[in-house]
Write a protein that binds this ligand. Structure first.
Ligand SMILES: [Zn+2]
Length: 460
């Protein structure tokens, strides 16, 4: 009656009170695909690992991880380990501190018990209510779709990059619900076209994304046409389309990819816009998320759709503080999976997957009785079915650059035309035509560092 979802956890764990039932849900989740299970994936996994090793050898690499990362900004597994190993101790230290707080809450209900993995969500929800006092559902009336796009997202792009957006109702998109804008630089020159496709419909994929219909290139004399897709429920005629907090964040994120595509200024289409390494491509879009809660931007778009009242500024601090909530758990949970992925693709295929998994996590100092890995090997679909083999580290890799760059913007005056010009010229406009880490270094004016990430996640 309770379908399992593909990660180590379940939404019901936050709600259920029966500890035995919760334990069973988590145990069944964690044992999917393992030995003794009728859907045992072990043999397929071992075969895939062996074939990947052979493929790497054909290209002259000693491991599949070495082969894959040679084409990413990370360059080698060694460089990745250096970063992950520097984050791991802070992650586990914070997971321990968080657990002590949860233990206190749990003892109010259950004096002799200690928090286990299946208890975590319930008590962390209680902790969030007690210490953070945030119900993001209250924000929805302040996030009207067109206002968020034009007075929030476009407004920030105007301040930073001098872009101007003019709606073209006369142009026809690929669907009647497309909103089409012509984009201009501040000197009046045409930059490209932007298509916004906001609403969910049965024929559309889930989630949100950006893609180019036309890549910018001087070789072919093409200006870019970029699309952003969202899946916001379409309101009835005459009613307002209101967005959730997460949807607004996602729109700023996806528009960060759009800026990469639309500000592209390269010769060859091969290197246009977002044609960069997988462990780099999320970095500019993550940076763009920072403007969502930037006071000058928020004030311009977060206006109650009925009363016209501006959103109270006290929300900014509350929402920023929330970034560090539960991050010891989240970071440990994520890093465990990231190092499992690397370990599997750096060594010979293991004899016993369960043993190998335990050992790899232990070697990194990331074992924790109440924090399971986000994916165990036997259901790690990202790396066995999703193209992320030896690439799961990429999420935190690009977040290191993201947090460092957000810090750079903050320290250098924030939302200014000068800062936007620097980000566009040294990074966005160059697409994949230069070495990515070199571009990041030139933008920051130094080597990237993990300090900003540790501060953001509250880990130091
Ligand atoms: Zn993205």
């Amino acid at each position: 009656m309770i379908p399992l979802l593909n990660y180590s956890g379940h939404p019901l764990l936050a709600k259920l009170e029966d500890r035995e039932l919760k334990e069973e849900i988590l145990n069944r989740t964690l044992s999917r695909g393992s030995r003794g299970n009728q859907n045992d994936t072990s043999n397929v996994i071992l075969q895939m690992l062996e074939l990947r090793k052979q493929k790497a050898a054909l290209f002259g690499f000693e491991s599949y991880a070495a082969y894959v990362t040679s084409q990413q900004t990370a360059k080698s597994p060694k460089n990745i380990h250096e970063v992950l190993r520097s984050i791991a101790p802070a992650a586990i230290r914070n997971a321990n501190a968080e657990k002590s707080l949860l233990d206190e809450l749990m003892r109010l209900e259950n004096p002799d018990a200690e928090v286990e993995a299946f208890d975590w969500d319930r008590y962390s929800e209680q902790l969030k209510k007690r210490d953070y006092d945030v119900d993001t559902g209250e924000l929805k009336p302040y996030f009207e779709l067109r206002r968020v796009l034009e007075d929030g997202v476009f407004f920030a792009a105007g301040k930073l990059f001098g872009l101007r957006f003019v709606q073209r109702e006369d142009l026809v998109g690929y669907h009647p619900d497309n909103w089409i804008y012509e984009v201009f630089y501040e000197d009046g020159e045409k930059c490209g076209l932007y298509i916004f496709d906001p609403y969910a419909r049965p024929s559309k994929s889930g989630g949100a994304w950006m893609n180019n219909l036309i890549d910018q290139s001087h070789l072919l004399g093409k200006k870019p046409i970029v699309v952003n897709n969202m899946n916001i429920p379409k309101p009835a005629a005459g009613e307002a389309a209101l967005m959730t907090f997460d949807e607004v964040n996602t729109l700023f994120h996806e528009f960060g990819h759009t800026l990469h595509g639309i500000l592209s200024d390269v010769t060859y289409p091969r290197f246009s816009g977002t044609s960069v390494e997988r462990d780099f491509v999320e970095f500019p879009s993550q940076v763009n998320e920072m403007w969502m809660l930037w006071p000058e931007v928020l004030e311009n778009y977060a206006i109650h759709f009925e009363t016209g009242k501006k959103l109270d500024k006290s929300w900014i601090e509350k929402l920023n503080k929330l970034e560090a909530f539960n991050q010891g758990y989240e970071t440990t949970h994520y890093l465990q999976a990231a190092i499992l992925d690397l370990a599997l693709h750096e060594s010979d295929a293991p004899k016993d997957l369960a043993n190998f998994e335990q050992q790899a996590i232990k070697d990194y100092g990331l074992s924790h009785q109440a924090v399971p890995t986000r994916y165990k090997i036997n259901y790690f679909a990202h790396i066995f079915g999703g193209g992320y083999a030896a690439g799961y580290y990429g999420y935190i890799w690009s977040e290191v650059l993201d947090a460092d760059s957000v810090n750079w913007f903050r320290e250098n005056g924030g939302l200014t035309r000068e800062n936007g010009k620097r980000f566009a010229e040294l990074l966005l406009a160059r697409g994949g035509s230069k070495d990515s880490m070199q571009m990041a270094r030139e933008f920051l004016g130094r080597e990237p560092s993990i300090d900003a990430l540790l501060v953001r996640r509250g880990l130091n």
